[in-house]
Design a protein around this ligand. Structure first.
Ligand SMILES: [Zn+2]
Length: 295
């Protein structure tokens, strides 16, 4: 870890061994590290606190465990963060365009990937830093506001930018590709775990973006920025399903080839899934045969 993150300490009330006590050696596993600044503004505590994170992580373990992937908590640390990092813009928003009109969302993002803003980059370098192996860990970082700008279509030639404060943001491969520095590519921000009645699944949902490398889509629902419906894990609603096969848009198959997954032998040797073949976008050839060709 870098110097600043090294000053962070384990959250005393979290028993990591207890949380990991159900892990089975040899099964597909993803390492997750959680970072929770100790000096966030007091009113934010009702949106995110240690109990809510622990609960959400437990739910994520159940949801991914049901399809054969176990989540291992490798650290849950806290420490002081420079308050200027509490609120960040997720991307260089001046470079964002409406979704390209003549190719699908995933092809459009590959052509014009999102790029991490300089203040996001600085915050993540401070909190997570660059340690060997960081590129194979999912890092859950709690902040107060992470803004994202996207465009709503008003009519056939008019778009309106909309800036939202996200409850969680996964900085997924299908949007950022290799514009994310490699050691930070596993980063997810968590900012609000009580936004709606379904926010208990926010941590699992964001892990879904990162590990399946898909947007908000489910069965016959094509990818979009926001979808309010009950169904799969990747819609905003009560659903937690990670469906398999063409009908399920290959979510389960895509999960199981994730480069964040390893299997560890009894003597501690890790066998990692292959890495992305190109830049880690939706159509990376890692996903050949398990991508949906959209109109
Ligand atoms: Zn989402």
């Amino acid at each position: 870890m870098n110097d600043k993150a090294a000053a962070w300490v384990p959250v005393p009330s979290i028993d990591i061994d207890e949380i990991n006590s159900d892990l089975v050696a040899g099964d597909p596993t993803v390492d997750v590290a959680i970072y929770y600044p100790s000096n966030l503004d007091a009113p934010h505590h009702e949106k995110v606190n240690v109990d809510l994170i622990e609960h959400g992580f437990g739910k994520a373990k159940e949801i991914f465990g049901a399809v054969g992937v176990q989540l291992k908590l490798v650290s849950f640390t806290t420490g002081e963060l420079d308050p200027r990092h509490f609120a960040i813009d997720s991307t260089v928003s001046s470079e964002e365009l409406p979704s390209l009109r003549f190719v699908n969302m995933y092809r459009g993002a590959q052509r014009r990937p999102s790029r991490l803003s300089s203040d996001a980059l600085e915050a993540f370098e401070t909190i997570v830093g660059n340690t060997p192996g960081n590129d194979r860990v999912v890092h859950l970082v709690v902040l107060q506001d992470v803004f994202m700008t996207f465009y709503e279509e008003l009519d056939f030639r008019t778009w309106q930018p909309k800036t939202i404060s996200t409850g969680g943001l996964s900085f997924p491969g299908y949007m950022y590709g290799s514009t994310m520095p490699r050691h930070l590519r596993g980063l997810i921000t968590i900012t609000d775990l009580v936004k709606s009645k379904d926010s208990w699944k926010t941590i699992a949902h964001e892990l879904g973006h990162k590990l399946m490398n898909v947007s908000h889509e489910y069965r016959d629902v094509s990818p979009q920025h926001e979808v309010n419906a009950d169904g799969g894990l990747m819609l905003y609603g009560t659903g937690t399903e990670i469906p398999a096969g063409a009908d399920g848009r290959y979510h389960r198959e895509r999960l199981h080839v994730s480069p964040y997954i390893y299997r560890e032998s009894a003597d501690g040797v890790r066998d990692w899934n292959p890495d992305y073949a190109e830049d880690g976008f939706y159509y990376d050839s890692l996903y050949d045969g398990i991508s949906v060709e959209l109109g």
